[in-house]
Design a protein around this ligand. Structure first.
Ligand code: 5CA
Length: 442
């Protein structure tokens, strides 16, 4: 993408309304634009990151045996009357009346709709277990939308729903999602601490929240210091073991009865990026999601639901990865892998070298943003640091004279000078979004 053509409205000033780094940086980097309180447009750069986050979530859901579907944002009130939540949900639910005077709502979550789908088609124990997911916009009329996409009113969620024949099966589904969540967040470069939580409006008797530890987090969490030394990528160790370590959200923590000695208890702020629930037959019983068992008996299915705040994650990743100059995207979610800076657009040698590098990156499917504008070098550096692409390739007249191109790794700030050939030699044919580009640094 050529920067001169790209719709990327970066801002030099810090917007007054933004209180935390991620919100400030998302506005300054031209990622989002507020439309009304807690409701945002995703501009091209922001959308690229949102899609990358979404894709990691999707791949891990698929790998865990979940199947994607897509349910409507607008739901009939009638289904919520069946589950008993229509009146309970309160003012967070945006209620709408259609032209026929029917009660509709903008879905804050989808337990009712998925249970309705399930009960319409699945009639036998042979069809269980099932685990269905979607990535869909939700609306919650939050009292205090704030911190940009962190607490929005409209936000993108991955939600999935498990259906099992018995409690043991449901527990397996729950543990499977627990492990899947750790892997999902680890792929984005995040350490998410799973803490026991209160199920709140979703209901049930077992639930965990996944928190990214950050000073700007809205929640207080308490956990055993042992977590600090644990591999939280979900691939190592026994998950069962992890679940036995003490970690609790504010509303679940009981200082008097806490099993962890005070010197080992950590108290931190967290950003809740995921929440999983086991709630048994809370929806299946009132809504009649029943299958026929092996002996012809009726069995009410055991359910769980699992949410990831996809749009919130974009903010959470920035909270974890930024410095004074701007964002520092982990490669896995970066909007482009490389920013190519032409220090003297209009200079024949610089233009020629940049065009060649640009074309070569594209040939190798490296996502590259080419800053070909006639701006000052200082402005280009600042802009590139702000938007936080993992690699910067800097081409200027002085370097070219000695046959050198500079590359800078945004994260470490490390720079090195390479010849054009050395730069291209480090491009394997099939660069992926992960370690591939690390090769650039040698
Ligand atoms: N039905 C269940 C699981 S599918 C559910 O709705 N769970 S939830 O209420 O905990 O939401 C799931 C995740 O969505 C949260 O962990 C959080 O990361 C994200 N989320 C919730 N509310 C907001 C909000 N107002 N803005 C941004 N993200 C939110």
């Amino acid at each position: 993408m050529r920067r001169s053509r790209y719709f990327l409205p970066t801002l030099k000033e810090t917007p007054a309304e933004a209180q935390i780094a991620s919100h400030r940086l998302m506005l300054r980097a031209g990622m989002i634009r507020q439309s009304s309180a807690g409701i945002y447009s995703w501009l091209p750069l922001g959308l690229r990151v949102l899609r990358n986050v979404e894709q990691i979530v999707r791949e891990e859901q698929d790998a865990a045996g979940c199947q994607e579907l897509l349910m409507p944002t607008i739901q009939p009130g009638e289904l919520w009357r069946e589950s008993g939540r229509y009146d309970d949900y309160g003012k967070e639910m945006l209620r709408i009346t259609d032209r026929h005077d029917r009660a509709m709502l903008y879905g804050p979550t989808h337990e009712e709709v998925i249970t309705d789908i399930f009960r319409s088609y699945i009639k036998s124990y042979r069809d269980l277990p099932k685990n269905l997911y979607q990535i869909q916009w939700k609306f919650r009329d939050e009292v205090r939308p704030r911190f940009g996409v962190m607490r929005g009113r409209e936000f993108l969620m991955k939600d999935n729903y498990s259906f099992d024949l018995d409690k043991e099966g449901a527990r397996n589904s729950y543990d499977n999602m627990y492990a899947t969540y750790l892997k999902t967040f680890a792929r984005m470069g995040l350490r998410a601490v799973p803490v026991k939580a209160d199920p709140g409006a979703i209901g049930g008797d077992m639930s965990h929240e996944f928190h990214i530890l950050a000073e700007t987090g809205e929640s207080a969490v308490y956990y055993d210091a042992a977590f600090d030394d644990v591999d939280l990528s979900g691939s190592a160790g026994s998950i069962a073991g992890l679940q036995s370590l003490y970690a609790a959200a504010d509303d679940k923590h009981d200082a008097k009865n806490c099993p962890v000695p005070p010197e080992r208890l950590r108290n931190a702020r967290g950003i809740e990026v995921g929440h999983i629930f086991y709630f048994g037959t809370k929806y299946s019983a009132p809504m009649g999601a029943v299958v026929t068992g092996p002996n012809g008996e009726s069995i009410t299915v055991e359910m769980g639901s699992y949410g990831i705040g996809v749009s919130r994650l974009v903010g959470a990743i920035i909270e974890a990865y930024h410095d004074d100059a701007g964002i520092m995207w982990p490669a896995a979610v970066a909007p482009f892998q490389v920013g190519l800076i032409n220090l003297k657009a209009g200079d024949a040698a610089c233009d020629e070298a940049c065009e060649e590098i640009y074309a070569t990156f594209l040939e190798h499917s490296v996502d590259v943003l080419y800053d070909d504008r006639a701006e000052s070098p200082g402005a280009k550096f600042a802009d590139m640091d702000l938007i936080g692409l993992p690699w910067q390739v800097v081409v200027g007249p002085r370097g070219l004279k000695s046959g050198k191109i500079e590359i800078k790794e945004r994260h470490s700030g490390e720079r090195q000078e390479l010849s054009r050939d050395a730069l291209f030699a480090r491009l394997p044919g099939d660069l992926d979004r992960g370690p591939g580009l690390a090769l650039l640094a040698g």
